[in-house]
Write a protein that binds this ligand. Structure first.
Ligand SMILES: O=C[C@H](O)[C@H](O)COP(=O)(O)O
Ligand SMILES: C=C(OP(=O)(O)O)C(=O)O
Length: 335
């Protein structure tokens, strides 16, 4: 249920609605809008009777919410969420390009890649310090040292940085160094991690679980918003299918559906979907054409020597082409 207040509802009238909700053991979540406040009702197991609110002063409407997810839903918040990270805005009307290596492998290589990402027009630098690897014998990331390198990159290139958090134990550390905290596909339904992310002061980029339905993904995002953090960016990165011509199957059909269902920004990671660099440029163009608000792309100055994901990492000159094509495509769609 969403209670929509009159444009000129007073603070006392809003308080009265909040109390009417809370006295029944539910949670009230006031949502300030452009010209009026709405109040979402959370933690109700079943439907709430709209008649409870119809007669209260300052109430314009009581609208039942038909989806299982609430705070992430457009029913509760029709206006797009725009997320500001440094000088970059992520969301409707913007195309945010994030680029960088799969993993931070050392200061010198990371700096070399960051310089090229920035020169190509990338706005946010990506890189893993804590790496979720299939094999325990492969490179696991530099951990804290990797985070410190990312912080230096932010300073030197004036670029916000995004990096993955893998568990609750290292959350504080990652949050201290990252501008955006990434939750990877393997952790999309790690509910204790999602609850911790809900308390974070940083925007969270939530990648879609590799076999998650739209509803499971949005419910995972709901955990973060319900915890108090409304700055969530969704990232489609491909789902597992039977095909062998790509590492995963990029599900671009999810982009227009997310745009309809949710006010949260959605970006696309074509690199993990493709698994091979040749597919990354066409998939990036297609993602922008489908309405994505951004791209996250793996780039390496020497992909053949990368410690992880070399095959899907672009050469810097390919990233320059990608940024140009994506920006032209986005500009055309704004006309
Ligand atoms: O981003 C990099 C991931 O850690 C990588 O894709 C994991 O895959 P792998 O360990 O199977 O190579
Ligand atoms: C591990 C990553 O991606 P995913 O969680 O999508 O596999 C990544 O972006 O570094």
């Amino acid at each position: 249920m969403l209670i929509v207040m009159d444009k000129n509802a007073t603070a006392a009238q809003i308080d009265q609605v909040v109390r009417t909700i809370e006295v029944r053991g539910f949670t009230a979540r006031p949502i300030p809008g452009g010209d009026r406040v709405s109040i979402g009702i959370l933690n109700n197991a079943g439907p709430v009777d709209p008649a409870l609110f119809a007669g209260l002063p300052g109430v314009k409407d009581a609208i039942p919410v038909t989806r299982p997810y609430k705070l992430v839903s457009r029913e509760i918040q029709p206006a797009d969420t725009l997320i500001r990270v440094g000088k970059v805005t992520i969301g409707q009307g913007h195309l945010t390009i994030m680029g960088g290596p799969c993993a931070i492998e050392g200061e010198a290589p990371a700096m070399a890649i960051a310089e090229q990402v920035k020169a190509a027009g990338g706005q946010i630098f990506r890189g893993g310090a804590f790496k979720p690897r299939t094999s325990p014998y492969t490179f696991q990331g530099l951990g804290l040292e990797g985070l410190k390198i990312m912080a230096k990159i932010r300073e030197r290139f004036d670029m916000p940085v995004v990096t993955e958090v893998m568990d609750g134990e290292t959350f504080d550390q990652v949050e201290e160094y990252a501008d955006i905290v990434q939750i990877g596909t393997r952790n999309m339904q790690n509910f204790s991690l999602l609850k911790r992310a809900g308390q974070s002061r940083r925007p969270v980029m939530l990648k879609r679980g590799m076999s998650a339905t739209l509803e499971e993904w949005l419910m995972a995002a709901e955990y973060i918003l319900a915890g108090g953090n409304s700055n969530v960016i969704l990232c489609e990165r491909g789902v597992r299918t039977f095909v062998r011509h790509s590492r995963n199957t990029l599900d671009l059909s999810v982009v227009p559906v997310i745009l309809k269902e949710s006010h949260l920004p959605i970006i696309v990671d074509p690199s993990h979907a493709a698994g091979v660099r040749d597919q990354v440029l066409p998939l990036s163009r297609a993602a922008v054409a489908a309405g994505a608000h951004g791209l996250m792309v793996e780039v390496h100055h020497q992909p053949d020597q990368a410690l992880s994901d070399g095959a899907q990492s672009l050469y810097p000159e390919q990233f320059i082409t990608l940024c140009g094509h994506a920006r032209r495509m986005h500009a055309m769609l704004q006309e």
